[in-house]
Ligand binder design. Sequence first.
Ligand code: SAH
Ligand code: SF4
Length: 383
Amino acid sequence: MSSPQIQLIGLDRAELDDAMRSVGVPENQISMRRSQLWNWMYVRGESDFDQMLNLSKDLRSTLSQRCSASRPEIVTEQISRDGTRKWLIRFEPSVPGGQSVEVETVYIPESDRGTLCVSSQVGCSLTCTFCHTGTQKMVRNLTAGEILAQVLVARDRLADFPGQVADPRTIAPRDGKKVSNIVMMGMGEPLLNFENVKKALLIALDDDGLGFSRRRITLSTSGVVPAIYRTGEEIGVGLAISLHAVKDELRNILVPINRKYPIAELLEACRVYPGVSNTRRITFEYVMLDGVNDSIADARGLVQMLSDIPAKVNLIPFNPWPGSEYECSSRKTIDRFASYLNKHGYVSPVRTPRGQDIMAACGQLKSASEKVAKQKNLIEIDS
Ligand code: SAH
Ligand code: SF4
């Protein structure tokens, strides 16, 4: 029986060196070959070893037989009227005999940036009461390669690697890269899959590869406090906190991990987060739930709570899902809440729901999408 192929996407440099050793690359060539491969995979987006023409013919053929830099299967691609795209991506089993899994990845183009919302887990083990993903059982962590593959798939589909030509439906930022920003805000709690998320993000940040800047990657967490410290020290990307309530009593219900790491501990981790300043603020996400957390007293509590942290607030209108027990606050209530924050010095944009026709908004990912997939106005591509 032939040995299984080694997937090279998601390996760090040392692991890539080992992979090459294992297929017989001589020691004195390892460093050069690793740089070449890294460039092909992450700068040029090439997945076919036969096209990597500066590798020797023998090496190209060995790599084709023994290794893979291929992409996962795109099950569906949906394109919203506003240019938002959502991909359902299938990953093969991560261990022999395991099951294949599916996750969703969303691309949100704006005039000055294109943001990719990346998933870190299949399902989520936490049970925030307003979140659809929280009602699904946790299936498994994604590997570093699977997290990165979402970025590569998006770049492929948007023709964001050198020399690729975009299809005419693509809506993208005016200048620069089509995927300019990454937010770890898809399915799952990234800080409960710390090692794989860290590995994937360090590869995404690598200057000789994908080359994202730390300012253009944001990790959102429901508040896994010990891992927030590690994120600051070991990854250094922007931080977003899913706050949603200003009192422990309410937050214990909305975001149950609060019982383990209460608000005071969460805020302390934010206060000392490395590199935070007035030009590099922590984002506090706050979902607007009708009659639950949307009073002026809540807004006042929020202002007081954030007074000693360089912060911005992101108000998210609640996105309902079948069976959810909450409703979204009225536009008037949201505006009143936002203007209180603005008056007290907080930039607090209300997040405009994007890709609503394709169920691509926060907290809606995965299961409910099947129902609307066949509606008109959607372009659905089976790849
Ligand atoms: N697990 C991480 C990241 C994924 S969720 C976290 O919780 O931060 C991304 C954001 O969407 C979080 O702020 C989350 O609280 C919010 N969210 C979840 N369900 C939502 C819903 N139904 N409507 C609006 N926002 C929601
Ligand atoms: Fe998990 Fe985040 Fe949803 Fe909470 S809000 S259940 S942490 S994905």
